[in-house]
Design a protein around this ligand. Structure first.
Ligand code: FAD
Length: 334
């Protein structure tokens, strides 16, 4: 392999129902930094149908160029056509780095592509940097159950590929003055090439819970006492147009579904407002939420570590404080 032939940082842009996912914009933010360090271009790769208007957004969020592969077959995500499209673009354009969100789609697609093009893939990264000496990508991820952070490099093959956890990287401010090029890519594929077809997409109730996209999260821990007490947190979340999330202790206890778990082995979130109710603030929990813009912690133990990251700390019983907050919010509203 001649690594000099490989240029540019590519970000796979994930979309559902033509809506670009937050993680893709976050990856454009990180990708911009990596591309600038390498003095190369940042390219957004969008695979979809009827999405030409969205290509502008990708430039506003940092891309120099958008490769847009459009075909009706790409309307709904399917592994085979997306893998074919992405593999063909990588073969043709020879990027140096390719980033995917560590989402259900990214985790399905990225390993398949890395096997086809015979390169490495570091999954679930929480940090990406360029090594100043070698220009290799340093891909860091938790390893051995989260007890250590491992930094992985892929010096012998190109592109260097990784999936990145949602909520870890920061998207850039939208800049509508930015300009860039859009190149349409033709991927010759049709339904007759497929051995299956999607007849209908039925959304599971579970899928609607996407705490990574919420701007307000009301999170409950063991301190809320019992599963039914999530009801009052749901009420607070409803008042604030937010969602409920949780610590691992209550997920492990079966009080709430794993989809809600915040932390090192759960989801990484970065909402505008994060309530930690009856959560001690273990390091593994903090790893998933400490980048939130504003954190309010309610805990009856004034020494709880959660107060170290909180912008506002309320020492007291969550059962007394949350109902007061709800009633105050209702007073303000009406
Ligand atoms: P506790 O630590 O039991 O804390 C309960 C808190 O509630 C206490 O601070 C207490 O003072 C307070 N409290 C009690 N009653 C009240 C009341 N009435 N009102 C107000 N406050 C009250 N944890 C995660 O959350 N996410 C992860 O992804 C995660 N991954 C992990 C990965 C590994 C490899 C390991 C080893 C651990 C991981 N953990 C994770 C577990 C983590 O170490 C903690 O055990 C867990 O976060 C504790 O949850 P908690 O704060 O709800 O419970």
């Amino acid at each position: 392999m001649n690594s000099k032939e490989y240029k540019g940082v590519f970000v796979f842009i994930e979309q559902r129902e033509c809506k670009i996912s937050k993680v893709s914009l976050e990856l454009l933010g990180k990708g911009r930094e990596l591309a600038d360090n390498l003095n190369e271009e940042l390219i957004a790769v969008l695979i979809g149908y009827n999405m030409i208007d969205s290509t502008k957004e990708l430039i506003y969020y940092g891309a120099d160029k958008v490769f847009y592969a459009e075909n009706r077959i790409f309307e709904v995500y399917m592994t085979e056509p997306y893998a074919k499209a992405m593999t063909s673009i990588i073969y043709d354009k020879k990027p140096e780095i390719v980033l995917f969100g560590a989402t259900a789609i990214g985790r399905d697609l990225a390993p398949r592509i890395s096997a086809r093009i015979h390169t490495g893939l570091t999954a679930d990264c929480t940090s990406l940097e360029i090594d100043e000496e070698s220009n290799n990508l340093l891909m860091t991820r938790p390893a051995f159950g989260g007890n250590i952070l491992a930094t992985i490099v892929c010096p012998d093959y190109r592109p260097q590929m990784s999936t990145v956890r949602p909520g870890v990287m920061q998207k850039l401010e939208k800049d509508t003055r930015r300009v860039g090029k859009v190149e349409k890519i033709d991927i010759p594929i049709s339904e007759s090439d497929m051995s299956y077809k999607v007849l209908e997409v039925v959304k599971e109730e579970k899928e609607k819970i996407n705490i990574e996209e919420a701007n307000v999260l009301v999170s409950g821990g063991r301190g809320i006492g019992k599963p039914e007490n999530f009801d009052i947190l749901k009420e607070l979340a409803k008042e604030l147009k937010g969602q409920v999330s949780a610590s691992r202790a209550v997920v492990d206890a079966g009080w709430i579904d794993k989809n809600h778990q915040v932390g090192q082995t759960g989801k990484t979130v970065r909402p505008g407002l994060y309530f930690a109710c009856g959560i001690s603030g273990a390091i593994q929990h903090l790893a998933g939420m400490e980048e939130s813009d504003f954190i309010i912690a309610i805990n009856k133990d004034s020494e709880a570590p959660i107060f170290e990251v909180a912008d506002v700390g309320i020492v007291g019983d969550v059962h007394a404080i949350v109902p007061k907050l709800i009633s105050r919010l209702q007073d303000v509203k009406y």
